[in-house]
Design a protein around this ligand. Structure first.
Ligand code: ZN
Length: 231
């Protein structure tokens, strides 16, 4: 039986005999992979592009998560053809691809909301998405008090220990710029509804702290972020 599902392309890779394999985060069927026959040929007319949302048509059979794609329609593309902007979107997509979470319907909604608004304030919306990923994957930083003693008198942020720290437990290597500490805390608390009202300026430095947190606690190297930084 033919099934249709909407999803965003997370990666495109070569597969056997001129085919390609794509991994997709779907609106309501979690993560799926599709094989696209012949799409690796130079002349292929069924090319699939990254940073793009499609409606995928395939034959659904129970208990599988990889399908032969039978057709697709473009829903919308987030490719800007501006190298720096696309490299930043790639960082978000790499995070979504590599941080597995259960709440994929919510994540899909968050991701499209962020991509729709990214132009307005890239680091604010990008940081919001990373914070949501940490929340969904169970790696949310501790922001209700000092991560060691729960004191509410906060003096810094320890990426290493996973949350805020008081003066007594702050180490020399911890972050003590209180603007950065406050932003880090706010970013974990923002919701889709109040995010557009958030007025503080979120910069690359704030975004980088979330990347540092992800790299340390989820043991990942975000290659797309290193690439973004050298552009
Ligand atoms: Zn403490």
């Amino acid at each position: 039986m033919k099934t249709k599902t909407e999803g965003i392309v997370l990666s495109v890779s070569d597969y056997k005999e001129n085919s390609e394999k794509i991994s997709v985060l779907t609106k309501d069927k979690a993560y799926l992979s599709f094989i696209i026959r012949g799409s690796a040929k130079m002349t292929a007319r069924n090319k699939i592009f990254p940073l793009t949302v499609y409606e995928f048509i395939y034959d659904e059979k129970d208990g599988r998560d990889m399908y032969a794609m039978q057709g697709r329609n473009v829903v919308r593309s987030y490719l800007s053809h501006d190298l720096k902007k696309d490299a930043f979107t790639d960082v978000l997509i790499e995070a979504v691809r590599r941080i597995t979470c259960e709440e994929t319907n919510e994540l899909y909604e968050d991701l499209l909301f962020v991509l729709d608004n990214l132009e307005k304030a890239p680091y604010l919306y990008g940081s919001y998405l990373l914070a949501r990923l940490l929340y969904y994957s169970g790696f949310r930083p501790y922001i209700d008090g000092c991560v060691v003693c729960d004191s509410k008198l906060i003096a810094g942020l320890s990426i290493e220990r996973g949350g805020l720290v008081c003066a007594q437990h702050k180490k020399a290597t911890d972050i003590d710029d209180l603007d950065l500490v406050r932003h880090f805390r706010h970013l974990q608390l923002l919701t889709k509804e109040n995010l557009p009202l958030y007025k503080e300026e979120i910069t690359l430095e704030d975004f980088k702290l979330l990347i540092d947190f992800i790299e340390r606690h989820l043991d990942l190297r975000m290659r797309s972020f290193s690439f973004f930084l050298v552009l």
